[in-house]
Structure formats: C-alpha cells, structure tokens
Design a protein around this ligand. Structure first.
Ligand SMILES: *[C@@H]1O[C@H](CO)[C@@H](O)[C@H](O)[C@H]1NC(C)=O
Ligand SMILES: *[C@@H]1O[C@H](CO)[C@@H](O)[C@H](O)[C@H]1NC(C)=O
Length: 445
C-alpha cells in the first residue's frame, strides 16, 4: 500500500490535469504564449489582435496594463455558437466581481436588459462595470464566456494555436468605443492584477506561473510582443534571449489594483536630482509612488518633480553640451534645438536619466535618449516627460515612451518586476521577434 500510494497520487493528479484542460492531454499544454502588439499612430496606444468566438474571428484590442479584464462590444453583430452569460449568483460572477485587495463581499451584480435578448443583453446575468481607460466613461456590461485562441511559443516564433474554451470577459456597449481609442478596435484587454484579467486566466487554464512580459515597439510599423509564461524570449539578431539578464525590484499593487514599483531616487548623468522623497512613497490611501501605465504615452511627473528634473536636465545639456532651449511644444515643457544634439545608437545624445529602485544604488532603470527625448517638430526635440500638476494619485506614472524597447516582466506569484533597460544596448529591440509561425501541428514538450 505504501508503495502504491505515490502512484495513486500521480494517477489522480494526472486525471485532474486532464479534467482541467478539457480533455486535452497534459503533455500538449503550452508553457508560453505570445501576442503581437502594434503602436497606433494617431493615439500612441498599443493594440493587439485576439482570436475569439466560434467560428474564430480576429479583432484588435487596446492593451491596458492595469485593466481588470477583457471587454468587447457585443451590440455590433456578435455571432458565436459558444457564447454563454453566467447568471448573477454563479461562481464565475463571484470570481469576476471579487476585489482581490479587499475582503468586502461584492454587492449584488444582477444585470437586467430591456431590449431584445442577444449577446450582452439578458436578464439575471452578471453585471460588470466596464470603463474606457482613456475617457473614463463607464457602463454596465454583461459577464460572458466564450472561446479565446492564442498562439503558443517555445520562445522564438509563434507556434500552434491553443484555446481557453470558457474565457471570461465583459460584453459591453459600443458607446464605450466612441472616444479616445483607435478607430478599428473592438474593445480593451486588461493585463491587471485581477481574478479574470488575461494573464490570470491564461496562467490558471494552462497551469504555468502567473508571469507575463511586455516588449512594446517604438515604431508604428512593426510588431512588438507580449509573452505569457516564463522566458526565454528570443529576439533577432542571433537569437538574443531578452529575458536574461533582468534587474529585479518588488512589484506592489496599489489599493486600486494598479501596478507600482518603488523609485527612490532620480539621477541625471549619475547625479541625484533633488525631489521630495515623501512623494516617491505610496501612502496607505494609495497616494504617491510610481505607477506603470501603457495608456499614458509619456511619463507623467508630479509638478515639483517635473520642475526639478527639467531644470537639472536643461542645466546639464547647456553647461556640458552647449545645447540651447527653444520654445516648448505642447504637451511638453522642455524642448531643445535638436540640430545641436548628436544621434547615437541609443537615440539623441543626452545625459542618461536613471530611476534608482528600492534603496539599492545598483538596481537602476536607465533611460537613454531613445526613451527620454521625442522629436516634436523640425529641429525641435523635447524631454518626453509631462508635468502632471499636483492633483494626480501617483507622483510618477511611467508611460509608453519610456517603456518601449525594454523587456518588462511582471511576476505575479513572486511580486517582482524584472526589467532589461533599453534593448538597444544589446543590439536588438522589441520589433525583433520573429512572428513567422513555425508549426500548426501539436507541440510535444
Ligand atoms: C427582462 O425582463 C423585463 C421585465 O420582465 C422584460 O420586459 C424584458 O424583455 C426582459 N429582457 C430580456 C432580454 O429578456
Ligand atoms: C523567421 O523564422 C522563420 C521560421 O523559423 C525562418 O525561416 C526565417 O528565416 C526567420 N526570419 C529571420 C529574419 O530570421
């Protein structure tokens, strides 16, 4: 009996795996998935294509790092034989509406709809408050489940499609798409720390660690990548594994469920910029600190931090490089005569800005010219940071221009944030993943 026990446990464990994968043999489970990500020229937002429904169709979605779930418009001809809307007291509803950072029981979420029954319009289903992340317009959506398909990968090239048969999302009104978003998108995909966000559902369905990585492109004409599951993630040329080495710092979740890191000092040309350190720490109410966002095109700094950084940066450029300021171009507050600046493989030749993390002078996120400057007009280059005034919740919101061409890994099991700093330093970029599919046959790991 004692010798049989481990075998029995093994058999039971395997049958559980089989059950959870919906009769797909466990050996066929992928441990890494990949999505292509494109930067929209008009809005500077990032979009990705996701395959959903039966039969499967591909739609563009805005990538929202701090979004809690995927939402899609359903009132424009949602046709799918596998659409279901869980009722309002279902386990799916409890999961979708539970707030991970609070112990408060969710309020009743029963949804009603007065027009003709269709996807997104049923009585007694589960309501999910759905928000446009740019305009903050909100409306009640219906919790729904349907098939989602995504390409697996072994680290280089996408491979066969795998699917989540009962992927949970919000079926929302198309009025939410009216403003602020790229014209062709059909919804928003949330990558947040939340029970039904895309990374959470993929990790729990396929049984890999809840870890994902962003590699956002700097160009609007080539694809970057979002990886789900652990590295390696290979980029051309020469199959560079951009998941190694990474620097790590604790990842924290604000009371509102947003991704934060702890920046303790800002350095320019290796010298500390004087800032009020109280602003850099998040307090109990969730004010202050540093948030990461894919929906802000440029990093937003609290007013006094912006002034301090801008003054220091302008002095450095003038005293060391004799680069004069020119009239600022909105929305930027500090601009220079770009003809006086040299071009390097790391962008315009300006002093590096370093974000020093968690009291360790050795863990720093280096921002070279490619991520700190933006060409705002002919002969005008501006510091790509925005003065956010004094009303903002976070003191720093690190935005897209500073995130692009960096590999950023969010490890939700270890609460760690891993970052590469600019991949240009390693002779590659986020536009160098090879999206040529290699296989349509099942993976055998
Ligand atoms: C929901 O219930 C109301 C009141 O009973 C009814 O008028 C309406 O048609 C129902 N909606 C759907 C989608 O069945
Ligand atoms: C991309 O991958 C495909 C399939 O492995 C390969 O044939 C092709 O040469 C690769 N392209 C580049 C530019 O490396």
């Amino acid at each position: 009996m004692a010798r049989l026990l481990p075998i029995l446990v093994f058999v039971i464990f395997n049958s559980l795996l089989l059950l959870s994968s919906g009769s797909q043999p466990a050996s066929l489970k992928p441990n890494k998935l990949v999505l292509p990500v494109l930067k929209d020229k008009a809005t500077q937002l990032f979009t990705t294509n996701i395959h959903k429904r039966t039969p499967p169709l591909q739609f563009p979605f805005v990538v929202h790092l701090n979004g809690k779930f995927l939402w899609v418009t359903c009132d424009r001809k949602y046709l799918s034989s596998t659409y279901q809307a869980p009722i309002c007291h279902s386990t799916q509803c409890a999961r979708a509406t539970s707030i991970s950072t609070s112990t408060k029981a969710p309020a009743s979420n029963c949804f009603t709809c007065s027009s003709r029954a269709r996807p997104g319009c049923h009585n007694n289903t589960c309501g999910l408050m759905t928000v446009n992340p740019i305009t903050h317009q909100a409306s009640m959506g219906e919790l729904a489940q349907d098939v989602l398909s995504i390409q697996s990968s072994k680290g280089s090239n996408p491979s066969r499609f795998v699917s989540v048969p009962r992927f949970l999302f919000s079926c929302a009104s198309s009025s939410l798409l009216n403003r602020g978003l790229p014209r062709n998108v059909q919804g928003v995909v949330g990558l947040g720390h939340a029970p039904i966000s895309l990374p959470t559902q993929l990790a729990s369905h396929f049984g890999f660690a809840p870890k994902f990585a962003l590699c956002l492109p700097s160009s609007t004409s080539s694809y970057g990548a979002i990886f789900f599951g652990d590295g390696p993630y290979y980029m051309r040329p020469g199959n560079t594994d951009v998941s190694r080495p990474l620097s790590f710092t604790p990842l924290t979740i604000s009371p509102r469920g947003k991704y934060h890191i702890s920046v303790t000092q800002i350095r320019i040309n290796n010298n500390p910029v004087p800032v009020d350190s109280a602003l850099l720490t998040m307090n109990k109410q969730g004010r202050g600190g540093t948030k990461i966002s894919t929906t802000k095109p440029f990093t937003v700094l609290e007013h006094s931090i912006f002034q301090s950084v801008a003054t220091y940066f302008a002095n450095e450029l003038y005293s060391k490089y004799k680069v004069p300021q020119v009239k600022a171009v909105a929305p930027f507050g500090l601009c220079f005569d770009s003809r006086k600046l040299s071009s390097t493989r790391l962008g315009l030749g300006v002093p590096n800005i370093d974000l020093v993390l968690k009291n360790n002078q050795n863990v720093k996120w280096t921002i070279p010219g490619a991520n700190s400057m933006v060409q705002a007009g002919p002969g005008v280059a501006c510091l790509a940071f925005i003065d956010g005034g004094v009303r903002h919740r976070a003191s720093m919101v690190i935005g897209a221009h500073q995130l692009q061409d960096n590999l950023l890994q969010f490890d939700l099991a270890m609460s760690m944030f891993g970052f590469s700093s600019s991949l240009l330093l390693r002779g590659t970029s986020c536009s160098n993943f090879n999206f040529t599919a290699t296989s349509t046959t099942p993976l055998m790991e």
